[in-house]
Design a protein around this ligand. Structure first.
Ligand code: MN
Ligand code: MN
Length: 337
């Protein structure tokens, strides 16, 4: 293992290389990696790779999600080592590194999809799990292909205002409104185990929901969440997902535009950040094999609202994956190292 650079002293614990030590380097300095985490050449084997996919050629309305990964990374520098709600050390309980961005063709969607699938397979050879920073939602399809090759049929836990199970748009089958229909058609999904959370807004007709159900999804719509709350939603999640291999896909537009203005296809009446973060925290008991955060479009953001929300989505996902540390040995405890 390489030691940290002299001007970037890092927190370490039990051989795990964590964030830059913000007691010695201000948070606004240092590398623009996710949460100022190490790059893979600075660490040993990875439990989790954070990988950017700056691709937005699949959007149907506002563009700009290609700048999502760097925006989320910059907004993630306030994340701290210990998450008290989850009682988790997301960056020290497991080895996480930011492996950078995939070099994705910005003009040709098919080529981009192939590059992303191959890139995801390559990352999974190096790391047990992958947290993908998008990019528009098209990227979920090639990531699911890579995960299916490892785990078989995948249950998708899909946070989104939209279904993303449309068929085509302008006769194009591959775009950010279709990844889960294509994934279902390709046999990548567990048809008994997929669900949407936070769905809302208009459709073209009631038949859209019937088609969606046939593709393997059940929805918990925002209207319903208002009545059953976070607790009731989490119960639905656990009942539907059980111990199946789960891919958590977070379209940031699941949040109300008040909490995430910087996105491509906003819909009014969405979740609060607090609701979403609590639901993600509750995935710690699930068999999650990977996740994405997509549709962050910085040019529509204000005061980093969307970037900060997305950074905290990543924080809760990584916290949910981190094995618990012995409290008597954990950093910062009075009897710790
Ligand atoms: Mn959406
Ligand atoms: Mn989406």
């Amino acid at each position: 293992m390489t030691s940290s650079l002299p001007h970037q002293p890092r927190i370490t614990f039990d051989g795990v290389v964590g964030q830059v030590d913000f007691t010695q380097v201000p948070r606004f300095a240092g590398p623009a990696t996710f949460a100022s985490l190490a790059q893979p050449h600075e660490t040993g084997d990875l439990d989790v790779a954070v990988v950017g996919v700056p691709f937005d050629a699949g959007v149907s309305y506002r563009a700009g999600a290609r700048f999502g990964p760097q925006h989320i990374r910059i907004a993630s520098r306030l994340l701290r080592p210990y998450n008290p709600e989850a009682d988790a050390w997301p960056f020290l309980g497991q080895q996480v590194a930011d492996v950078g961005d995939l070099g994705v063709n910005p003009f040709d969607i098919q080529t981009a999809i192939t590059t992303i699938e191959n890139g995801a397979r390559g990352v999974l050879e190096r790391a047990g799990k992958m947290l993908v920073l998008g990019g528009d939602h098209t990227i979920a399809l090639p990531v699911l292909r890579a995960l299916h090759a490892q785990h078989g049929p995948i249950s998708v836990l899909h946070f989104d205002a939209h279904l993303d199970t449309w068929d085509t748009y302008f006769n194009s089958p591959y775009l950010h409104g279709t990844p889960f229909r294509r994934a279902s058609e390709e046999g990548l999904l567990d048809l008994e185990g997929c669900m949407h959370v936070g769905t809302r807004g208009g459709l073209y007709g009631p038949g859209d929901m019937d088609q969606d159900r046939a593709l393997g999804f059940v929805p918990v719509r925002c209207e319903e969440i208002e009545y059953i709350g976070v607790r009731g939603t989490v119960e639905r999640m656990h009942a539907r997902l059980g111990d199946r291999p789960v891919y958590v896909s977070v379209d940031i537009d699941v949040l109300d535009p008040a909490f995430a203005p910087g996105t491509g296809t906003p819909e009014s009446g969405g979740l609060t950040s607090r609701e979403l973060l609590m639901m993600l925290r509750a995935t710690s008991g699930l068999n999650v094999v990977g996740a994405d955060i997509v549709e962050v479009s910085p040019s529509y953001d204000h005061a980093e609202i969307t970037g900060i929300a997305a950074a905290h989505v990543g924080y809760e996902l990584l916290s949910a994956w981190a094995p618990k540390l012995d409290p008597l040995r954990a950093p910062g405890s009075t009897r710790g190292v």
